[in-house]
Design a protein around this ligand. Structure first.
Ligand SMILES: [Zn+2]
Length: 168
C-alpha cells in the first residue's frame, strides 16, 4: 500500500496530505493544513458549546501561519492575534471582555512590527484536528493555544508593552 504523498506546511511545519484546495489570503499554509483548520471551524460553528473555543482556534492558527513579513496585513494579523492570546491566556480575560479590549487595540495596529515566528511549534493543527467535535475538542484547543503562546515567549514582553502603550 502506497502512503499518501505529504507536503510540509510552510506555516506550522507539519506534514499533511498533498491535496489541492484553497488557502487563506495572507495566513500562508499548505492546502492540507488549511483543510484541517476548517474541520475545527466547522465543528465550532455547528456546536454552540464550542463557540467560546472558536476565537482561540483562530488566534492560534493565525500566529502559526504568519505569512509574508512584508505584507502589512500579515504583520498586523500576527500582532493582533498574539495580543488576543495574551489577553485570554496570560491575563485570563473572558471572551466578551477580550473583544471589547481588542476593538480599542485594533485602532493601533499600524504600530505593530513584524515578529519572527519560533523555529518550530510544540503542537500544531495536525495534533488538534483529529479531536474535532469530540469531548476533547475544547481542552485540546486550549492546550494548543497555551503551547503556541509559550512558543512565542521571546515576544511576550513586546506584546505586553504594545498593549500597554495602546492604552490598556
Ligand atoms: Zn500549517
Amino acid at each position: 500500500m502506497t502512503p499518501n504523498r505529504q507536503t510540509t506546511c510552510p506555516g506550522c511545519g507539519s506534514p499533511f496530505d498533498a491535496i489541492t484546495g484553497p488557502t487563506h489570503a495572507y495566513m500562508t499554509s499548505s492546502p492540507g493544513c488549511f483543510a484541517a483548520f476548517n474541520s475545527l471551524l466547522a465543528a465550532e460553528y455547528t456546536d454552540p458549546a464550542l463557540l467560546p473555543t472558536h476565537r482561540l482556534t483562530v488566534d492560534t492558527y493565525a500566529v502559526q501561519h504568519p505569512g509574508d513579513p512584508n505584507d502589512r496585513r500579515a504583520v498586523q494579523s500576527v500582532g493582533l492575534h498574539l495580543a488576543r492570546l495574551n489577553l485570554q491566556l496570560a491575563q485570563d480575560l473572558p471572551p466578551k471582555e477580550t473583544n471589547d479590549v481588542m476593538l480599542g487595540l485594533s485602532e493601533h495596529k499600524s504600530s505593530l512590527v513584524a515578529l519572527a515566528p519560533p523555529a518550530q511549534f510544540t503542537l500544531t493543527v495536525a495534533d488538534i484536528a483529529p479531536h474535532a467535535s469530540t469531548t476533547q475538542h475544547s481542552a485540546k484547543v486550549r492546550q494548543w493555544a497555551q503551547a503556541t503562546w509559550q512558543d512565542y515567549a521571546t515576544h511576550h514582553a513586546y506584546i505586553s508593552e504594545w498593549i500597554a502603550q495602546a492604552g490598556l
